[in-house]
Write a protein that binds this ligand. Sequence first.
Ligand code: PAF
Length: 277
Amino acid sequence: MQVVSTIAEVRAARPAFAQLGFVPTMGFLHEGHLSLIRRAKAACGAAAVSIFVNPTQFAPHEDLARYPRNLPRDLELAEAAGADLVFTPTPEEMYPPGFSTFIDPGLAHGAENAARPGHFRGVATVVAKLFGIMQPTLAVFGQKDAEQCVVIRKLVRDLDLPVTLDIAPTAREADGLAMSSRNSYLTPDQRAAAVVLIRALRAAEAVFAGGERDPEALRRTVLDILVQEPLGEVDYVALADLNSLEPLTAPAEAALLSLAVRFGHTRLIDNAILGAI
Ligand code: PAF
């Protein structure tokens, strides 16, 4: 496994791979990331990973400075998962003095976009840059960040980027909590309480399977469960169109159900796709 930190080094390494599966990450790798790396490797025969805590997708009050980092451990895990190339740039390498071009993906209706204004501008910008640097055949993202997946799909389509996207199912802990680097912030009590997210999503899936299509009734099902957990503070519960992310106001046969809940300073997100994709 080759570990490089400059764009010039990636450019020199890239021709060795006929096809390259790419997994962009912010590090502090967990089984969810590792499953994406294995998927990229299986699809392309070679896998690249970027580890970069991207400052432009954090608002000033968010957790950029304390975002968990452990590069030596990440490199061991990436290698064991089959990564061939790891790119670990500095912020200055990615955003040198004079950097001024940003990509605004629109999709303003998204619940996560509304909760984190500017976040997806940073994500779209860094992902477009990483695609330009790594020139992957395929890029693998986790469904846990559902709105991010919609944004990246739109980015690739709108800007004709020559990469195939692969969205992998959310990797979960044994009790159903979606794997996330931010889970490491949780106290034991908060960790136990966080299982309420998947309980609420599964309840909505069951009600949907039973025929309920009214978005407000589905939202209510989720909220009624979330509010029973005193350690969690609901940020949003949203039912949206799978492509436009517009909030659903009328019954629909398919929907993105997404939620964000705070446990102390830690904000967790999760989602379920209801109905046909
Ligand atoms: O999902 C993430 O970890 C980040 O948003 C990404 C895609 C690596 C861009 O910084």
